[in-house]
Design a binder for this molecule. Structure first.
Ligand SMILES: [Zn+2]
Length: 105
């Protein structure tokens, strides 16, 4: 059962979906992620990341790597506009698993 966050960010951006993200290099499951609104995945907000390990990596050294192949997936920073901790994702580092889009509204 996937828990959906329904807050101001979800409301202002439109449709929310849960993506099951995998490493493009080795196919390892990285995390499930709630994406609010359309468009490519350029950043991942920490408060939308479901995998505890990926959240902890932000707290430790702000580097998100694949635990299986070591590929660097994203770098942590603070998204100033909303003052939210986030990862800036490297292009093509992660992709949604096929049929992994769970629409929430
Ligand atoms: Zn990998």
């Amino acid at each position: 059962m996937v828990e959906i966050k329904d807050d101001i960010y979800a409301h202002t951006r439109g449709e929310s979906i849960i993506l099951r993200l995998v490493c493009t290099e080795c196919g390892n499951h990285i995390t499930d992620y709630q994406k609010d609104g359309p468009g490519p995945l350029k950043r991942m907000y920490v408060d939308r990341i479901h995998d505890e390990e990926a959240v902890r990596a932000y707290e430790i050294d702000k580097k998100l790597c694949c635990s299986q192949c070591g590929l660097m997936l994203g770098l942590g920073y603070r998204y100033e506009k909303e003052d939210r901790p986030a990862y800036r994702m490297f292009e093509y580092a992660v992709e949604p698993m096929e049929n992994s889009r769970f629409y929430t509204k």
